[in-house]
Design a protein around this ligand. Sequence first.
Ligand code: P6P
Length: 328
Amino acid sequence: MHRHDSLVTLQAHILEQQSRFPQASGTLSWVLSALSISAKIIANHVRRARLDDVLGSVGNENIQGEQQQKLDVIANEVLLRTLGKREGVAVVASEENEEPVMLRQVGDGKYCVLFDPLDGSSNLDVCGGVGTIFSILRYDNPAHSENGWLQAGAKQVAAGYVLYGSSTVLVMSIGMGVDMFVLDPAIGAFVRVAEQLQIPQHNKSYSLNEGNRLTFPIGYNRYLDWAQANGYSSRYVGAMVADIHRILLKGGVFMYPPTKKAPHGKLRLMYEANPMAMLIEQAGGKAMASPDQRILDVNPTAIHQRVPVIMGSAAEVDHVLIHLTTQG
Ligand code: P6P
């Protein structure tokens, strides 16, 4: 039973962190609290999905060419509505929207919030883990790039995810380490359960969709042969948030390599790879797009662009990279 005298809510944690920046206006704190409220609303929809008969697809494809689930639309609308009410949010960009939405004029202290509202939603019908992923960029100077929101992941001011699993877990970073919160339904608040998470250095576990093995670049198959010869286990949920959460807590390596169907990988740079890469690096891990490119250094050219992903414990990522670079 959680001792309530030591209870620190997400709200208190956000204000605690803000107090370390005396010059802070509190705008970022407001944006993070909007994401917290959105997560609680989405969690309720996810847990009631079968009861409220909102499972299944809406019958059309989203911008990604994927079957849009009813809850994808619901989660997207919750985030757009909640963030839209926050003065500090100038732009929102969603996996579900073809173009970013300008909510208000650019000005000092404004932010761009990018998100995948319900990642892995195809797992919903079978009660599998699904999540929300978010990334926050400062957006007060479009000179960062002609669009303003196309900035490298290294410029993120905050990143995080919500996992709607056996419990509702929120994990986030504002660049000072990674902290974890669990939604306590009894009090309707996210309660801090871990601070300064450090990813385990090793774990003989890899996570990728081996069904694509025949079209991986050869180095990935060399790695799989090596890993299987060295007693590695395979764990793959098929929802990035669930797979990354396991790796953050247990260690290992997660990959989505280039395939014939997705030559640049399937995962989206701006609102999947970048936020997860920030969290993994802040927890002491490694996040690469290729042997010589860090995900956070990729300069984006399009809001929905995809990127190969290799991330997790640094030593485990290195085992993959060495097989991508050795010849023969
Ligand atoms: P595949 C879910 O659709 C998703 O975007 C990520 O959450 C997940 O890691 C990946 O795609 C799964 O893709 O091709 O293995 O089903």
